[in-house]
Ligand binder design. Sequence first.
Ligand code: HEM
Ligand SMILES: *[C@@H]1O[C@H](CO)[C@@H](O)[C@H](O)[C@H]1NC(C)=O
Ligand SMILES: *[C@@H]1O[C@H](CO)[C@@H](O)[C@H](O)[C@H]1NC(C)=O
Ligand SMILES: *[C@@H]1O[C@H](CO)[C@@H](O)[C@H](O)[C@H]1NC(C)=O
Ligand SMILES: *[C@@H]1O[C@H](CO)[C@@H](O)[C@H](O)[C@H]1NC(C)=O
Ligand SMILES: *[C@@H]1O[C@H](CO)[C@@H](O)[C@H](O)[C@H]1NC(C)=O
Length: 402
Amino acid sequence: MKLLAILALTSVTYAFPATSWSKLAETFNERRIRNGLHVRQSDPEPLAVVDGLTKIPDDDHPFMAPGPTDQRGPCPGLNTLANHGYLPRNGIVTQADILSATAAGFNMGADLAEVVSTIAIAYDGDLITSRLSIGGPDNRTSFLGSLQNIFGVEGGLDHHASFETDTSATRDDAFFGNDYTMMPNLYAQMKSIAAQHGGLYNLDAMKDLQLLRYQQSIATNPTFYLLPLQGPLNVIAKTFIPAFFSNGTYGAGGVPNEASISAFFGAELLPNGSFTAVPERFPDNWYRRGTPFQLSDAFEATLDLLNSTGIVFGANAGQVNSFLPLDLAAATNVNGLACILRDAIQANVPTSISQPIEIVEQVISSVVDLIDPLFGDFGCPAFNASQTQAYAAINKINNGSS
Ligand code: HEM
Ligand SMILES: *[C@@H]1O[C@H](CO)[C@@H](O)[C@H](O)[C@H]1NC(C)=O
Ligand SMILES: *[C@@H]1O[C@H](CO)[C@@H](O)[C@H](O)[C@H]1NC(C)=O
Ligand SMILES: *[C@@H]1O[C@H](CO)[C@@H](O)[C@H](O)[C@H]1NC(C)=O
Ligand SMILES: *[C@@H]1O[C@H](CO)[C@@H](O)[C@H](O)[C@H]1NC(C)=O
Ligand SMILES: *[C@@H]1O[C@H](CO)[C@@H](O)[C@H](O)[C@H]1NC(C)=O
């Protein structure tokens, strides 16, 4: 009920309850039945078009399993890059490392990589050195070494409620204990959804998956939270599965097939039909997408996902099935969605980062300086500082959930 009070105080518009969770469950079941009827299980996997594309990894980047002090975490893309040495194998990375590795390994657009890595470093890393642990907290990220905890926590990507959040494809909600390891049962669930789409992990499969994970979180996690800033990032990450993990260019002959997806998620099929978690790797005979997947592409795919599932951002109010939607009316086009993310970044920065107090001001302005030019094309209005209060209040719910 604390949540209700906080929401009532904010200046953002809320709709109660525009979307009830039981209605969403209905939607999912209808969709599942519809898709089930259309799928012919015997359809052969389409052959990927890979002419002229670059085969990854190259000879300089062989797979090596991570050692005991190497950091790995909730992002299968970054884990894969580290296991092949495109990122430092110890999992302690800088922004420059991320920009070059995501371009080389996956053809991620520079603007998309810059936005995502800037957010990650501001919330989970060291702003002085731009060092980030792609897994848990690690003294190697901090400019101040082991003194870091005097000032605040550089949580690494595992840290819940800064970037990492609920309803992940293959990771449990933090409420259940471990939010960063690939869970074989969740992988199997994702695979069963792909099976309803001809065995492909395409955007339609991701829509069903996001909706199902959302319903599961609403029904089982009293602290379920999916609000800006983290919510849109979580949904964007689902679109990365077809966009980056396909063999070839998704949308231009690329195929998000089992062989590719299972390697990237580190899901090894056992003889008895269940999966086990192994280190992530590039699949054999795999071809990187030919065109960069950019910030605007990510927003477009995310908006499509949100629009066709009817998912709205919001949170459970301390018990299961108590979902309170946050109605962000502007998210009906790519520009609106981009501006929501950008406002949340700006509004959240002062309240969420755990950095030495002396540099917080500098941090805020440098993050905003970095982010703003990248969002120029989306025509976002100048940030209205009075929104900071609203987002800060929303973020308190977030900080309270674990
Ligand atoms: C650019 C720097 C990147 C950062 C800082 C980053 C960070 C993260 C984080 C924190 C999560 C967890 C989100 C959550 O809890 O919902 C995540 C998930 C994910 N990331 Fe990344 N990521 C990056 C790039 C990439 C790339 C290049 C790919 C693909 C090639 C990728 C694919 C994914 C996928 C598929 C998930 C969802 C995993 C799941 O839900 O099971 N990421 N990433
Ligand atoms: C990728 O596509 C090429 C060409 O169709 C094929 O030879 C290769 O086996 C595929 N790789 C994977 C991992 O599916
Ligand atoms: C960081 O170093 C300090 C001092 O050596 C140690 O007590 C602490 O456990 C370390 N923290 C992490 C996350 O490794
Ligand atoms: C499948 O085999 C693995 C490894 O032998 C075992 O741990 C697991 O419990 C088995 N699963 C089932 C459903 O039998
Ligand atoms: C999707 O977009 C269309 C057109 O912009 C809109 O009419 C419709 O209400 C949207 N659907 C959802 C679920 O948001
Ligand atoms: C900023 O937001 C506040 C609260 O929503 C509103 O009253 C004010 O008019 C806005 N200012 C501008 C310049 O849009």
